[in-house]
Each structure stands twice: as structure tokens, then as C-alpha cells.
Design a protein around this ligand. Structure first.
Ligand code: GLC
Ligand code: CA
Length: 579
């Protein structure tokens, strides 16, 4: 084995790399040790920079005990599917004990599994089975708030003198029946709830049942950081941090400025300057990162930023905060607009290591957002061809790979997500993007033998894992091919991003260049045929052709001329270029 040396002493990264290889070779990886070994590749990239992440909403993925609700054993039973798809890490949204007011985002015990999802033993089995397949597990860390049924909050609300009183945010009202200020819950109504036991109000940015933790209290920080340590010891490889924007509030409780008009809950519009993105949160993220670094773990942020500058701040001034703040601005490019995507890609490339997301359990599915209602399958492939080949880490959302659609409730009485009840009909809630995974075209899409907690959309007859595996041109097989190429081509793992033909209004093209090789990605985002042409001599490539890696072009060319590339409507061409 050759090990890089610098003079007589090994560089730190070479040593770390050597240790990683040695540990792998000895086969002594156990859930407890894996996380502590930092493996860097030749470019100094860490594991999460090459991993494809996949979000699982556990209620809806696979139901092993046929009660209509997905569970951990269901996830374990599908690990082979995920491995074959090309997934390297799964992020499981909260499966902790919870009254399920916000379907798990109201946690009543951070160090256990809700019986509806299984047991800690089931979790350990999932973890070890995942590890056998080289799949890492990311848990969801609901930091901003707990459930009102958490023991901490029960104590906190019991008396003003309770030692946990200050673990949450309690204040006197402005007067009788008057909350302390004008802050609003993002789920509708005031962000304050009067609690008669002690005659004070507590703050909740989300539902009334989700009181905000007081991150100014060092005991809260310690207890919450210990939660992450507890899961690292169990083998988890990182956390997706829920609602980080709202960790801190102005201690002086200034009113937020009121803007004209009303929001979808008929509350006045306000500018949330005093209860969002306060600078103090960066200190917490830095310290949480130090804990994560002890276990080579990754922190992914639910970061709703308004621009690239805000996004930049979440990486930390010295890259010492979140390794993977999600770029939701990319998902907000809600139309097939090459110019808008170019702008966003360039922006996030300048901010830090990009993290691309098309959808999640809070966002309408990409299939319908980008789809035109006629060519949705072709468009789904264009979007996959885009974000799975960019420089950065993609986070898929379960079902996206088979073209799952939104299935919004038609009647208010069918709504499960509370915001859909409060905001009906303008806000129908998030049930539509959380429906059961469509495994096959039998009853309940093969998700469960019992009626699922949310109805399966009719599209399970045409879009399911079993059916799509049989169809060479399916969305699923396209995802599998792109992900295989992503894992095999060094240029897609390591290469820089070079925008091409930047004034083309219809075709988004770029090069991922690494050493003597490059991968060319050409995406026709328009509904008409296009012709693209490339001169890559200034990039150092004189070859007149590309060798096809993956394409949706009906001609299935094995080689493609760079000077004149005919493109079908909504099509993808990915080819390899050598010097
Ligand atoms: C995040 C979650 C969302 C949840 C909210 C409150 O935005 O993604 O589903 O309702 O936080 O925890
Ligand atoms: Ca179940």
C-alpha cells in the first residue's frame, strides 16, 4: 500500500486515509466505530460529499405489521431496493415517541422509538442491516421545540419555580387575555399560548403542542447535545436539523413589523425579524458541529434562506457550522428555466458545497411542480438528469424515483395535516406529498395489507416500483442508470462545474471536468426539439464526439457529435469526453 508522505512525517489527511483503509481491510467496522473514522478521498472530500441521500417519511414507506402505518421493519425490508437504486444514506424523518400532532415533529422522548414504528431493537437491526449494505442512517433532530407531552415541558409548566421552567420560553401577557407580543405561529394564530396553571404564556413557533425550547439556557444545550451523542453511539451518521432558522428569539420580545395584507391563515402579514435567523443560532451550530466532528457525522440543515448570502452563513464563516445546509432556493426555481437554474447553481457553488433538493415532506412533489400535465415522465427525467449530476450532494425524496405525484385531499374532512384544516381551502396541508410508497399495482400499492393512513393516489396503477423495474424506459430505471454513472465516473464525483452555452434559453448544458476527463450534461428543458452544439477546445477537449453514458434520446446514440446534437423535446443527454 502506498501512502502519501510529506518529508518524513505523514500529512494528517494521509494518515487518516491510511487508518480508514486499514480499518476497512481488517473488517473491524462496527456501528460504534465506523463513525469515528474519517475517510477522505484524493480530493479531500468526505463521505457525505459523494453520498446520495434519500429521505424516508417512515409513516408512508413500508408497513411490516399491516396496521396501515409504515415502520422501521418496513424500511429494513426495503434496504436491498435502496441499495440497488444507488442510495448511500437514508434520512428518516422523526420516528421518536410522539403524540403525532405534527406526525412526529412533536417529540415526547428524544431517545426512543415510537411503538407505532417499532422498538430500539428494530432500530439497531435497521442500522446493522443498512451498514452491511454500506448505507448510513441520518436521524431528524427536532431542536427548536419538543412536544408539550415531553417530560421536560410537563415539569416546566408545573410551576414557576420548577428547575425546568426556564427550559422553555415563558412570559407574562401584555394584559388580561393579551399575549406578550404580536409574534405569529407559522401554522396560524398567535405564537403564544396561555397556561392557566402558572398564569403565564409559552412560546410556540409551530403548533400549540410544540413549545419552543429555550436555547439561551445552557442546560437545554447540554441535554440536546447529549441526545446527538446518544444516537452517534448507536451508529447514526448524522442529523437533519429541523427548523434551525427559529432557534432563537429576541429576549426583549419586540413586536415584528406588520405588513399590509393577510396570510393564508387570515393572520396579518408580518416580517419575522425578531424571531427568526438571530445571530445567536450560529454559536449553537458551531458547538453542535464540534460534537458531530467527534463522530465524523454530518449535519444537514433545514435552512429556508432568502438568498445566497444567508445560505452562506449556515456553512459558517470558517466552514465550522453545517456541512450540508439545504438549498431550497433551487427547489423554488419552480419552472423549467435554464437561466434561473444557471443562476442558482452558480450562486450555491460560490457559497459552499451545494446540497440539492427537489422536494420533501413539506413541499409539493417535483413531479407535479415541474410537470406540464402531458410530459411529466420525461420532465421528471430531465430534473433527475439535472440535480443528480451537479457538483454537490443530492437529497432525494422517497417515491420521486418512480414519478409519484401529489394527492391532495379533495374535502376538508379528509385532511390529516392540521395546517390543512386551519388553512382550508387555500392551504390544503402536506398530506398530498406524504402518501404511501407505490411498491406495486395491487391493493394499497403493496404498501400495507390494511387501509393506509393516507389514500394511495390512482397513479399506483401506472407508477410503481415493480412495474417500472420491468420497463427499460421507466423513470425508475433512468434514476438507476444516472446514479450508477454518478458512482462510477470520477468527473461526477470530483469534477468542477463549468456552465456551457449560457445564453441558450431552452437547453441547460454543463461540463463536470476532472483531470483528463469530463462528463457533458445536456438537458432540453423545452417542449420542442432543439439542436445544441459545443466547442470544448477552450476547456481543453478537442475530441469531436462524446460517448454516451445515459440518454433519453429515442435514437439511443452510442456516440454523439459535439458540433451538432439533435435533442428531442424534454430530453437528457449525458456523455463522456476524453482528451
Ligand atoms: C419542519 C418540518 C415540518 C414540521 C416543522 C415543525 O419544517 O420539516 O414537517 O412541521 O418543522 O417541526
Ligand atoms: Ca406498521
Amino acid at each position: 500500500m502506498r501512502v502519501a508522505r510529506e518529508g518524513n512525517s505523514w500529512t494528517k489527511s494521509a494518515l487518516l486515509r491510511w487508518v480508514a483503509v486499514a480499518v476497512l481491510a481488517l473488517g473491524v467496522f462496527s456501528p460504534k466505530t465506523r463513525a469515528q473514522v474519517k475517510a477522505l478521498d484524493a480530493e479531500g472530500h468526505q463521505w457525505w460529499q459523494h453520498a446520495v441521500f434519500y429521505e424516508i417519511y417512515p409513516r408512508s414507506f413500508a408497513d411490516s405489521n399491516n396496521d396501515g402505518i409504515g415502520d422501521l421493519n418496513g424500511i429494513t425490508s426495503k434496504l436491498d431496493y435502496l441499495k440497488a437504486l444507488g442510495v448511500d444514506a437514508i434520512w428518516i424523518t422523526p420516528c421518536y415517541p410522539s403524540p403525532q400532532v405534527d406526525f412526529g415533529y412533536d417529540v415526547s422522548d428524544y431517545e426512543n422509538i415510537d411503538p407505532m414504528y417499532g422498538t430500539l431493537q428494530d432500530f439497531d437491526r435497521l442500522e446493522s442491516e443498512a451498514q452491511k449494505r454500506g448505507i448510513r442512517i441520518i436521524m431528524d433532530f427536532v431542536m427548536n421545540h419538543s412536544s408539550d407531552q415531553h417530560a421536560w415541558f410537563k415539569e416546566s409548566r408545573s410551576s414557576r419555580e420548577n428547575p425546568k421552567r426556564d427550559w422553555y420560553i415563558w412570559r407574562d401577557g401584555k394584559g388580561p387575555n393579551q399575549p406578550p407580543n404580536n409574534w405569529l405561529s407559522t401554522f396560524g394564530g398567535p405564537a403564544w399560548k396561555f397556561d392557566p396553571t402558572t398564569g403565564q404564556w409559552y412560546y410556540h413557533y409551530f403548533y400549540v403542542e410544540q413549545p419552543d425550547l429555550n436555547w439561551r439556557n445552557p442546560d437545554v444545550e447540554k441535554a440536546m447535545f447529549d441526545v446527538t451523542r446518544w444516537w452517534y453511539k448507536r451508529g447514526v451518521a448524522g442529523f437533519r436539523l429541523d427548523a434551525v432558522d427559529t432557534l432563537f428569539e429576541d429576549p426583549n420580545l419586540h413586536d415584528n413589523p406588520v405588513l399590509p395584507g393577510k396570510n393564508k391563515y387570515a393572520d396579518p402579514n408580518t416580517q419575522e425579524v425578531y424571531n427568526k435567523k438571530l445571530p445567536e443560532l450560529h454559536g449553537v451550530l458551531q458547538r453542535l458541529r464540534q460534537v458531530a466532528d467527534e463522530s465524523d457525522a454530518v449535519l444537514i440543515g433545514e435552512t429556508w434562506t432568502k438568498d445566497i448570502d444567508e445560505l452562506k452563513q449556515y456553512y459558517g464563516e470558517h466552514s465550522d457550522e453545517l456541512q450540508m445546509p439545504m438549498d431550497f432556493l433551487f427547489a423554488r426555481v419552480d419552472k423549467l428555466s435554464p437561466s434561473a437554474f444557471r443562476k442558482q447553481i452558480a450562486g450555491v457553488n460560490s457559497a459552499g458545497w451545494p446540497v440539492y433538493v427537489l422536494s420533501n415532506h413539506d413541499i409539493e412533489r417535483a413531479y407535479v411542480r415541474y410537470g406540464d400535465g402531458v410530459h411529466n415522465d420525461a420532465i421528471a427525467k430531465v430534473m433527475a438528469g439535472l440535480y443528480l449530476t451537479l457538483r454537490g450532494t443530492p437529497i432525494m425524496y422517497y417515491g420521486e424515483e418512480i414519478g409519484m405525484t401529489n394527492n391532495n385531499p379533495q374535502r376538508k374532512e379528509d385532511v390529516k395535516d392540521p395546517i390543512g384544516k386551519v388553512g382550508w381551502p387555500e392551504e390544503k396541508g402536506r398530506d398530498g406529498e406524504r402518501t404511501p410508497m407505490q411498491w406495486n399495482d395491487t391493493a394499497n400499492a403493496g404498501f400495507s395489507k390494511a387501509a393506509p393512513w393516507l389514500p394511495v393516489p390512482p397513479s399506483y396503477k401506472t407508477h410503481s416500483v415493480t412495474d417500472e423495474l420491468k420497463d427499460a424506459d421507466s423513470i425508475l430505471n433512468f434514476y438507476k442508470r444516472v446514479l450508477a454513472v454518478r458512482h462510477n465516473e470520477p468527473a461526477l464525483a470530483e469534477g468542477e462545474y463549468i456552465a456551457l452555452n449560457e445564453s441558450d434559453p431552452n437547453v441547460l448544458s454543463y461540463l463536470r471536468r476532472y483531470k483528463n476527463e469530463a462528463v457533458l450534461v445536456v438537458l432540453n428543458m423545452s417542449g420542442s426539439e432543439q439542436e445544441a452544439s459545443f466547442d470544448l477546445s477552450s476547456q481543453g477537449f478537442s475530441s469531436p464526439t462524446a460517448s454516451t453514458l445515459v440518454t433519453t434520446l429515442t435514437t439511443h446514440p452510442r456516440q454523439m457529435s459535439l458540433s451538432s446534437m439533435p435533442l428531442d423535446a424534454f430530453s437528457v443527454y449525458i456523455g463522456k469526453i476524453s482528451k
